[in-house]
Design a protein around this ligand. Sequence first.
Ligand SMILES: O=C(O)c1ccccc1NCC(=O)[C@H](O)[C@H](O)COP(=O)(O)O
Length: 215
Amino acid sequence: MVKICGINDEAAIRAVHAAGTEMLGFVFFAASPRAVTPERAAALSALIPTAAEGGPQRVGLFVDPEDAALDAVLAALPLDLIQLHGTETPERCAAIRARTGRPVMKALGIAGAEDLALLPRYAASVDQFLLDAKPLPGSAIPGGNATVFDWALLHDVTVPRPWLLAGGLTPDNVAEAIRIARAPGVDASSGLERARGQKDPERIARFVAAAHAAG
Ligand SMILES: O=C(O)c1ccccc1NCC(=O)[C@H](O)[C@H](O)COP(=O)(O)O
């Protein structure tokens, strides 16, 4: 499973599809350099086949969203999955899952083994996990910061839901990350950009090929 996050232009979404990527992420968080409006995401999404037609699943990324923000995005485009990348509690994740009727992927920031203690608390309320690097103090956004964490922390951990590894992954380190973390899937954003917020189609192709080969 490969997810490419922060899709915000036509070349990137076409590259994601051409590479056979399983998931792509649209960032609905205004402070992000990759943020898109619901209308822009819908226009980009229309350029490639839907998941039902064999294209990638569309993941909507939110940070502590109000119900109205979720409703506005879902009215504009049919997301396959909701990614929650803020401080949402297990109860809020369950409420969002019930309200939207979509599976929920909860992002947890990992810096040390103690952060993994949260996994059982969320297991009943979410469908998937994204195990990402914990943002460094002072980070302007809670994800997409090109920060790597110690993949060996995950080597012997049984994660109670399907999960993706994220945080500073690139075409050059993804195979090693998958091997060390024993990750069933990966997600990347910054490592596939030529400038902050601008995806590089060639890096997308190399990343997806490397991840699929390692898997
Ligand atoms: O990517 C963003 O701009 C972003 C903003 C706010 C919350 C989360 C965000 N990204 C989350 C992702 O799923 C990223 O792909 C993940 O954190 C890995 O990012 P990177 O380390 O840049 O590969």
